[in-house]
Design a protein. Structure first.
Lengths: 111, 110
């Protein structure tokens, strides 16, 4: 099956700093999603981005499908951005329907 | 517009018992997927239901079974619970590729 790797595993920032999270995947995908998991466990949808670039406020994401990676940018970070960020991918071949998740990036934003 | 809902929120069971978790999809969604998330790990795919049939299954034993009802809601059943089944169980709904997740059910097996 597809392999999804995220880096870095842990990231500690001062409030106001910018950060880039990376997601590499091993196969062609027709779905690539970024999530933020809150302290209660809920996965919050950030981006659905199988290719191209999207922006939503201080967050933006880029997926380069031909090179099999995606980046999540967080600008002017706030303490409320803390938590675990996951990327998840669904391969585009065969009958696969599942999302395969990476191991996540634990982000801590200090005041 | 209600999002994906799951019940119960928390559950404590004893090893060997059986458990049923429930999920109602987001309005307009016809596909439900279930995932298991162990502490400190990413969610792992259990199975997916569409048109009341199991469409795809991950690497989980037959103790894990499910059902989808005509209104698209779904149940996850786990028999003969093991200590290792303790986890957060997440339901996701979709219509097309993008999946939306519920708040999860935290299962503790003692």
């Amino acid at each position: 099956g597809i392999q999804v790797e995220q880096s870095p595993p842990d990231l500690i920032l001062q409030e106001g700093a910018n950060s880039t999270l990376r997601c590499n995947f091993s196969d062609s995908v027709n779905n690539l999603q970024w999530f933020h998991q809150n302290p209660w466990g809920q996965l919050i949808n950030l981006f659905y981005i199988p290719s191209g670039t999207k922006q939503n406020g201080r967050l933006s994401a880029t997926t380069v499908a031909t090179e099999r990676y995606s980046l999540l940018y967080i600008s002017s970070s706030q303490t409320t951005d803390s938590g675990v960020y996951f990327c998840a991918a669904q391969i585009s071949s065969g009958s696969a329907r599942q999302l395969t998740f990476g191991s996540g990036t634990q982000l801590t934003v200090l005041p | 517009d209600a999002g994906v809902t799951q019940s119960p929120t928390h559950l404590i069971k004893t090893r060997g018992q059986q458990v049923t978790l429930r999920c109602s999809p987001k309005s307009g969604h016809d596909t439900v997927s279930w995932y298991q998330q162990a502490l400190g790990q990413g969610p792992q795919f259990i199975f997916q239901y569409y048109e009341e049939e199991e469409r795809q299954r991950g690497n989980f034993p037959d103790r894990f079974s499910g059902h989808q009802f005509p209104n698209y809601s779904s149940e996850l059943n786990v028999n003969a619970l093991l200590l290792g089944d303790s986890a957060l169980y997440l339901c996701a709904s979709s219509h097309g590729s993008e999946q939306y997740f519920g708040p999860g059910t935290r299962l503790t097996v003692t």
